[in-house]
Design a protein around this ligand. Structure first.
Ligand code: BV8
Length: 259
């Protein structure tokens, strides 16, 4: 079922969640779009407009042009620091209180769920504000980047690791890299045991994260999707709500409030 309005479809979503005790929320870049973070596949803005993120977010790209890739992440980390989570993030925190078990699994690296008050967030693709060295994974204090930050967008030479001198890299999972095993295990455990999975703002193109909605369906969970455009999940979702995160989630939290 595909839905577009807020009220009637918030009620439909609330009906589907009636009786559910264990809810998992699975978010992608669309969850942050209304807070001003460009989605991963929308055209990059500014200097990066001419780059395909899939081409920048790889270890090969970093090896080939460390300053270009590192500069992109320093710019993104700085951009996200000044961003506030929108009302949809806050509604998710409220929504969580209505369930016995409530787990947020995100593909996003911006930390906005936590900034809005969500706890126990499972981050499948790491964090923009975490940096480590490329060769040995020695943690690097991102406060040291402030001195490096160029006032403009552009290339930033990665500093050498103070311990082993290998170049510092962002603490995100690049294409071709394995996801953190513990996060994947926790996400699979939560989804395999959930009564419903709320999928928000993901194109469902990136694996293995995109396995999760298929796992939920396989286990008989209700699947509700919030996305202004269709995705591979839309035809199998119990409700595919053509709306945005900042609009649908407050409406759903309102519809779920005890009457
Ligand atoms: C892996 C961190 C095992 C970095 C990200 C060939 C070689 C190697 C691997 C592969 C290969 N072919 C395929 C693969 C697997 C690959 C993959 O899936 N590729 C895709 C592109 C086909 N996956 C991997 O490489 C993963 N690792 O498989 O390891 C392995 C190892 C070696 C060799 C083989 C296999 C690692 C994947 C993780 C990559 N890192 N992020 C960074 O951020 O810089 S992924 C990146 O995509 C972001 O995290 C993003 O969140 C994620 C998923 O994208 P979405 O979140 O869905 O964002 P998108 O822009 O696509 O969509 C936004 C959606 O929101 C849209 O639907 C839009 O309609 C909607 N929307 C917009 N506005 C709103 C909205 N919705 C609601 N409200 C709104 N306002």
């Amino acid at each position: 079922m595909t839905a577009t309005g807020a009220g009637a479809h918030a009620d439909r979503a609330a009906d589907l969640l009636t009786g559910a005790r264990r809810l998992v929320v699975f978010t992608g870049a669309g969850m942050s779009q209304e807070s001003g973070v460009p989605t991963f596949r929308d055209a990059q803005t500014g200097l990066w407009a001419s780059f395909d993120p899939n081409e920048l977010a790889t270890p090969q790209a970093f090896r080939r042009n460390p300053a270009r890739v590192f500069g992109w992440y320093v710019w993104r980390a700085r951009q996200v620091r000044s961003i506030q989570p929108h009302a949809g993030y806050v509604a998710l925190v409220r929504l969580g209180a209505a369930f016995e078990s409530f787990v947020v699994v995100t593909q996003n690296v911006d930390g906005l769920h936590q900034r809005a008050g969500s706890s126990g967030v499972i981050e499948l693709h790491g964090r923009l504000d975490a940096f480590r060295c490329f060769d040995r994974g020695h943690p690097f204090d991102s406060a040291q980047l402030a001195a490096l930050e160029s006032p403009r967008e552009g290339d930033v030479e990665p500093p050498p690791c103070p311990t082993c001198r290998s170049p510092i890299r962002p603490g995100v999972v690049w294409f071709g890299e394995l996801l953190p095993a513990e996060a994947v295990a926790r996400a699979h455990q939560a989804v395999a045991g959930c009564d419903a999975l709320l999928v928000i703002g993901t194109s469902g193109l990136v694996y293995p994260a995109a396995d999760l909605p298929w796992l939920a369906l396989e286990r008989g969970a209700k699947l509700i999707e919030v996305n202004p455009t269709p995705t591979p999940f839309s035809s199998r979702a119990h409700l595919s709500w053509r709306s945005t995160a900042a609009s649908a989630l407050p409406a759903l939290a309102q519809a779920l409030r005890p009457q």
